[in-house]
Design a protein around this ligand. Structure first.
Ligand code: HEM
Length: 492
């Protein structure tokens, strides 16, 4: 009996010593480090009390100015959070060769669509990026303008129809239904009817990818922490039913297009152009990526833009005036060039991306030992780099009065004074967001049509002050984005 008792005590003591030693990993290497506790390391409360970017922001504020980077622990795994924009420049651009991986999990064999541009590493990523880049040029985006423009009209029509019986709407859900229809159309070649049917298959299978269940969240973390073991065990980091749905939908469209020799101005046709380089599952992985990287990010941008416009009626009025004047001058028609010529819209969108970056936390992996310039600090090979975009965007040194929504920060004069590498909504360097143009296009068209037709204002359920949903993978309002909507004109 006593033997078992002493044995348990010895095991616990050993575990305590090992954990304690692990949590000194950064201190032993000369780095300042955030306080860590078992089992979550420096991420305690993430997913329950607050989001990871809020947890990181506390450490950012505590250590900024004291070191170029600090040590963190994701569970027991050591990671680094850069604090100094100069170091960010080194990581993202100057010394990209040491940081070209993102370190995300993928499993080609058991979950083919997980092996895409976002997750692939090394040479495989480089080759794929080179081959895919021509698909995302502004010329190609211009071709898709018409499709997205039509869908944005559907959004305004349906919202207008529902205004007959309702006056408050959950605008995150509406923004998602709009981007869902866009992506379903251009990346999967199907009319998925998300706007008219919020429970359409596309929404049903898409939601679990971003609003993770406890089990999926566990698998997500486990596979990132133990990628080799996870591959051996055939594990996946996304819900199987959703992945199968997207894979099969794309493969069916591909077959149909090939058989009937159909050409359209969309991602499916552009991806089909690469069929001699990649097999169908590899192409499906990239279509899935357009969904995974382009659906929630753009709808998040729209959601928070509508929020700030509702909260700042003067800004909303000025934006509407710009949009109305330009569209009226062009016989009621919106064009691609006009959209990207809207100056004030661009300022509003940038300020929304600053205050609420849809991807608030960005990742890199150090692939060889790296000495931080001007210090003796060495980031060991294999370390995950956690860039907290949110902290930079809310730093009063770079953006005075950072909680104020002020599009003037991005006017022609002020934009020149923004310190490089402090505004990173689309990342930076050779591995930045490849879909930036499409993301901007669909969000801007959506906002244009909504602001042209409707007035937005806060209602009882509007989140004031903003509380972020700790369970969401992306920046999201807890409890949804409820706003009051009124019609402005009837000739939609
Ligand atoms: C407002 C909308 C969007 C935002 C804020 C956004 C933001 C980002 C950010 C922060 C990154 C990481 C960049 C880095 O590591 O330096 C990224 C990567 C990426 N995004 Fe976006 N994104 C948006 C829309 C889109 C869309 C619409 C697509 C696809 C059509 C897309 C496809 C990608 C891909 C493929 C990557 C990985 C690129 C690579 O690793 O080579 N994104 N995005």
């Amino acid at each position: 009996m006593y033997t078992i008792f002493y044995f348990i005590i010895a095991i616990l003591a050993l575990a305590y010593i090992l954990v304690k030693r692990q949590f000194s990993y950064w201190k032993n290497r000369g780095f300042l480090q955030a306080d860590a506790s078992f089992p979550f390391g420096t991420y305690e409360g993430c997913g329950t009390k607050w989001t990871a970017f809020e947890a990181l922001n506390v450490q950012y504020k505590k250590f900024k100015g004291k070191a170029p980077a600090i040590g963190m622990y994701s569970f027991l795994s050591p990671s680094i959070m850069p604090l100094d924009p100069e170091l960010l420049k080194d990581i993202l651009v100057r010394d990209f060769a040491s940081f070209h991986d993102r370190g995300m999990y993928y499993n080609k064999k058991d979950d083919p669509i997980s092996a895409n541009l976002l997750s692939l590493d090394g040479q495989e990523w480089r080759e794929r990026r080179t081959k895919l880049s021509p698909i995302f040029t502004s010329g190609k985006m211009k071709m898709m303008f018409e499709i997205v423009d039509k869908i944005s009209n559907k959004l305004a029509e349906e919202l207008g129809r529902q205004l007959k019986t309702l006056d408050t709407f959950e605008m995150r859900n509406w923004s998602q239904r709009y981007t869902g229809d866009n992506i379903g159309n251009v990346a999967f070649g199907i009319e998925c009817n998300c706007i008219v049917d919020e429970n359409s298959d596309f929404m049903k299978y898409g939601r679990p990818i971003f609003d993770l269940s406890a089990f999926d969240a566990f698998m997500f973390i486990f596979t990132v922490e133990f990628p080799n073991l996870s591959r051996k065990l055939g594990l996946r980091d996304n819900p199987k039913k959703s992945a199968d749905f997207f894979l099969n939908t794309f493969l069916q469209t591909l077959e149909y297009r090939k058989k009937n020799n159909i050409q359209r101005n969309d991602f499916v046709s552009l991806l089909l152009g690469l069929k001699d380089l990649y097999n169908s599952k590899e192409l499906a992985a990239e279509a899935y990526l357009v969904y995974a990287a382009g659906f929630e990010t753009s709808s998040t941008l729209m959601t928070f833009t509508l929020y700030e416009l509702a909260m700042n009626s003067d800004i909303q009025d000025r934006l509407r005036e710009e949009i109305m004047t330009e569209i009226e001058d062009n016989d009621g028609q919106l064009t691609y060039d006009m959209l990207f010529g809207f100056k004030y819209l661009d300022m509003v969108i940038n300020e929304s991306l600053r205050k609420f970056p849809p991807i608030a936390e960005n990742l890199r992996k150090c692939i060889k030992d790296y000495k931080i310039a001007g210090t003796d600090l060495v980031i060991p090979k294999g370390t995950s780099i956690d860039i907290n975009i949110f902290s930079l965007h809310r730093d009063s040194e770079y953006f005075p009065d950072p909680d104020k929504f002020d599009p003037e920060r991005f006017n022609d004069e002020n934009v020149k004074n923004i310190k490089p590498f402090t505004f990173l909504p689309f990342g930076e360097g050779p591995r930045n967001c490849i879909g930036m143009r499409f993301g901007q296009m669909q969000s801007k068209i959506g906002i244009t049509k909504l602001i042209k037709n409707f007035k937005f204002s806060p209602c009882d359920k509007t989140p004031i002050p903003m509380v972020f949903d700790p369970k969401s993978l992306f920046t999201a309002p807890k409890g949804g984005m409820w706003l009051k909507v009124e019609r402005i004109q009837t000739n939609l």
